[in-house]
Design a protein around this ligand. Structure first.
Ligand SMILES: NC(=O)c1ccc[n+]([C@@H]2O[C@H](COP(=O)([O-])OP(=O)(O)OC[C@H]3O[C@@H](n4cnc5c(N)ncnc54)[C@H](O)[C@@H]3O)[C@@H](O)[C@H]2O)c1
Length: 477
């Protein structure tokens, strides 16, 4: 292949184009030419990039004859629906969640399903899903899917854990200012007819210190936003992380709590993060500081927080997540759900929101794009990167000119001797590339083999499917 790489040397006048040269004369193809017309540098770059010939990846498709049919429930975003249709998949799109019985009755016709958090993919549903090869959770969590049974049936599950990081970070910025200005209390008073213009205990955020606990996707985004408000940022994380901007990592949680005007939590729920902030840690916080929890409800000991607010040690708090949360909109948030609910609700300068940190239209759109592209990549290319229940395997694309190459995607039980059996079957062909990995009981092999005739494809599918550890074998061509 010969590549021509034109290099714009100056605006509008002269260009240097470099073609790939024979090895014995590296300068032979270097030529200088005058540009006859006046063009901007942007136009020149565009033209040049169009003239640059690159290797095109081949678009693969499953070799079995069935058209791919997808079931999307719970009003999944139109971006996702359109992306699937653009791939030529048949899409049945419903706004409501489906019950287990509805799914059992109809899931047998579908190769893929997209759900949010209300549709449950149980063992019974998976048993009825005879054609299902992939599940997309268009949300953060995957608790609604029986992940182990899905993996044992050869079905990877994809989700979108980080698409809403920016939305959470922005909400935290809003809460920091709202707490500093007692905004919600003033608003509530005026809405109930009382004018109450106060400046005591109300502060600018400029020059104050924000302590971020957990400097991952959300914590690090927040760090950047906070600095642009003139806030000094400190963070504590169990991992050493390169700080963004002028932020500074502190060695202990205690150091962070004692230096921060605002402490905001962005850690996952793990055994070691449950009650990470209890009475002892609250006492280590500065008097008059604020606590914000948009991470997981169990990270804060809420009765201890109520005491710290009641005795005036803390000046306010914002909570978006709770140890127990109602299952549906309109449901009560009362003492039956969490014994301390009414005590918490009655406190001044406490912002309570119903787990809306990541609930924005932008986040939903990004979730739609991310999960639909993960499902499409798996269906068309076999890639399991980002799957929550499967070994993560990928192969470099097959080039468009490699006509007789096919891809073998073989999900099998993780046991000795499988690769020998499969490679025996593949041995008459040239294995161009191959990769396999395992996770628990499940292993996944991808292999690209060349010089495969149309007649061979069926035979190969049949032979690999009948190996002793086979769970699911798909051939893509
Ligand atoms: N309120 C919402 O709507 C909403 C939305 C999205 C995410 N979340 C929650 O926010 C939290 C953070 O999300 P993320 O995407 O930034 O996660 P992430 O995995 O990107 O980052 C978490 C960070 O916490 C650190 N960490 C783990 N244990 C720690 C400990 N004991 N002490 C200090 N640091 C610790 C990790 O090293 C990591 O850097 C998660 O609990 C997530 O579920 C809430």
């Amino acid at each position: 292949m010969s590549a021509s790489i034109p290099i714009p040397a100056s605006l509008n006048t002269t260009s240097v184009s470099l073609s790939r040269s024979p090895p014995n004369n590296p300068m032979a193809a270097l030529s200088i030419s005058q540009s006859p017309t006046q063009t901007t540098i942007h136009e020149r770059f565009r033209q040049d990039s169009l003239s640059f010939s690159i290797r095109q990846p081949k678009v693969l498709r499953p070799v079995d004859k069935d058209d791919i049919r997808l079931l999307l429930v719970e009003n999944i975003s139109s971006e996702a629906v359109n992306a699937f249709k653009a791939q030529g998949f048949q899409v049945d799109h419903f706004t409501k969640a489906w019950s287990e019985d509805e799914l059992v009755e109809r899931i047998g016709q579908y190769h893929g399903i997209g759900i949010r958090s209300k549709t449950k993919i149980t063992q019974r549903v998976l048993k009825a899903a005879s054609k299902l090869v992939v599940i997309g959770c268009f949300c953060i969590g995957t608790n609604q899917v029986d992940l182990k049974t899905a993996a044992r049936a050869g079905i990877p599950v994809f989700n979108s854990p980080f698409s809403n990081s920016r939305s959470v970070a922005e909400l935290v910025m809003c809460e920091i200012i709202a707490l500093s200005r007692q905004l919600f209390d003033r608003s509530r008073e005026l809405k109930s007819g009382t004018w109450n213009k106060v400046s005591k205990g109300c502060w600018e955020v400029r020059g104050k210190t924000l302590g971020i606990v957990g400097y991952g996707h959300i914590g690090s985004q927040l760090s950047v936003l906070a600095e642009s408000f003139g806030i000094r940022v400190l963070f504590y994380d169990v991992v050493n992380i390169m700080p963004l901007g002028s932020a500074r990592q502190l060695p202990t949680l205690k150091d962070l709590l004692s230096e921060s005007d605002y402490v905001t939590l962005h850690v996952p729920e793990l055994p070691e993060t449950i009650n990470l902030i209890g009475a002892e840690q609250l006492a280590q916080m500065k008097k008059g500081s604020y606590l914000l929890n948009n991470a997981r409800g169990k990270v804060v000991d809420i009765p201890a927080l109520i005491s710290a607010l009641k005795d005036g040690h803390l000046a306010g708090a914002a909570l978006d997540v709770y140890p127990s949360e109602p299952g549906a909109n309109g449901a009560p948030f009362d003492d039956q759900l969490n014994s301390w609910s009414s005590a918490l609700r009655s406190l001044p300068n406490v912002i309570l929101t119903p787990h809306i940190g990541g609930s924005t239209e932008e986040a939903q759109r990004m979730i739609g794009e991310e999960v639909s592209s993960a499902l499409t990549r798996y269906l068309n290319l076999g890639t399991t990167f980002g799957s929550v229940n499967f070994p993560e395997v990928d192969l470099r694309a097959i080039d468009v000119d490699q006509r007789n190459q096919i891809r073998v995607c073989h999900v099998h039980n993780n046991q000795p001797g499988v690769l020998r059996q499969v490679n025996d079957i593949l041995s008459p062909y040239n294995v161009e590339k191959q990769y396999s990995d395992s996770k628990g009981d499940i292993a996944y092999l991808m292999a690209d083999i060349s010089d495969v005739s149309k007649q061979d494809i069926e035979k190969l599918q049949d032979l690999i499917t009948h190996t002793s550890a086979n769970i699911l074998t798909r051939l893509l061509a």
